[in-house]
Design a protein around this ligand. Structure first.
Ligand code: 8YV
Length: 313
């Protein structure tokens, strides 16, 4: 048969189907148990099911010499060694489209919360400061800003659609210019940051985008500018961002993603000019059910006839 290995946590519906219907094994945390499982079953595994955060990395993939397919729960697959997969003819699927609207909603929530200090304002009220007669400090207008979208893919475009309703002027930088787009294209992340008030990060993770938002780009965002990130923590030089926020070199940031999730740089927890979310971009009942159905659809399709519904390109 086709032995299946689950790598890392997945949605409960997917975990249930894997275990009950498909007899999948669950990869233990690194340690002796994992070693034992890989030694005993490593050569039998043909399909791995993983998530965006914990993928099939280089070392694990080498331990699975007969691996044929990787089914990724999530649109981002940067935690998987795609170069090795491609070199070995291992096919990979992800869950695009079904989560686009929810992730874009989260981006807008972060955008509004960050520019208008909504989280800090709520903490102020709960702490009794309003009742005690204090006034919450004024925030920044979120309508009619210039927003620079870094990565104008499906999610970037869905964010842009929403921002247009806020009267925002949309600019973008992308690996390749989109000839059909009405938005102003900039040839680099730096040029984008220089031309806009808010840098909205929606680029795919992985080596191509790692550290794209470096110290220089962060400086260009400037003391009146903001950064919103719903993509991957790796796209930003995180220590440089922390320093810029602490020094008020930028006005604020809204972050759903971090470099070493689930840990968040401790300095950020004490700053009021940053809104922090625990990677909830796609986290709704509806979207997670759609992602589960698509991930299982890819798996069943592969087991049936060696095709994938949504292979990565
Ligand atoms: C998921 C994500 O939370 O799709 C992605 O790339 O980051 C999120 O939708 C994650 O993949 C599930 O663990």
């Amino acid at each position: 048969g086709d032995a299946i290995l689950r790598v890392g946590p997945v949605n409960p519906e997917v975990a249930q189907a894997l275990q009950a219907d498909l007899g999948a094994q669950v990869l233990p945390e690194p340690g002796p148990e994992r070693e034992a499982l890989l030694e005993e079953h490593g050569t039998q595994i043909r399909v791995a099911v993983c998530s965006g955060r914990i993928g099939v990395d280089s070392e694990l993939m080498q331990r699975l010499p007969n691996l044929e397919a990787i089914i990724n729960f999530g649109v981002g697959y940067d935690a998987t060694d795609v170069a090795q997969a491609q070199a070995r003819g291992i096919v990979v699927s992800n869950t695009p489209d079904v989560l686009t609207e929810c992730v874009a909603d989260t981006a807008l929530g972060l955008y509004l919360s960050t520019l208008r200090s909504l989280g800090a304002a709520e903490r102020f009220l709960r702490a009794g400061a309003w009742a005690a007669g204090e006034n919450f400090p004024l925030a920044t207008r979120a309508s009619g800003t210039k927003v620079g979208i870094l990565g104008l893919g499906r999610i970037g475009q869905a964010i842009a659609n929403r921002l247009e309703a806020f009267g925002c002027e949309i600019h973008y930088h992308n690996r390749s210019e989109k000839p059909d787009s009405r938005y102003a294209y900039h040839p680099s992340a730096l040029a984008l940051a220089e031309a806009t008030d808010v840098l909205m990060i929606a680029a795919a993770g992985g080596s191509q985008s790692a550290g794209l938002v470096d110290r220089e780009v962060i400086e260009a965002v400037g003391p009146r500018g903001f950064i919103i990130n719903i993509a991957r923590g790796s796209v930003i030089d995180e220590p440089a961002l922390v320093q810029a926020l602490a020094n008020k070199d930028i006005a604020g940031a809204g972050l759903d993603v971090f470099t070493k999730e689930p840990s968040v740089p401790a300095e950020l927890l004490n700053l009021d000019n940053v809104v922090l979310l625990p990677h909830v971009g796609s986290g709704t009942h509806e979207t997670r059910a759609d992602m589960a159905a698509l991930a299982l659809g890819n798996l069943r399709s592969y087991l049936e006839d060696r095709t994938l519904l949504t292979p990565i390109s």
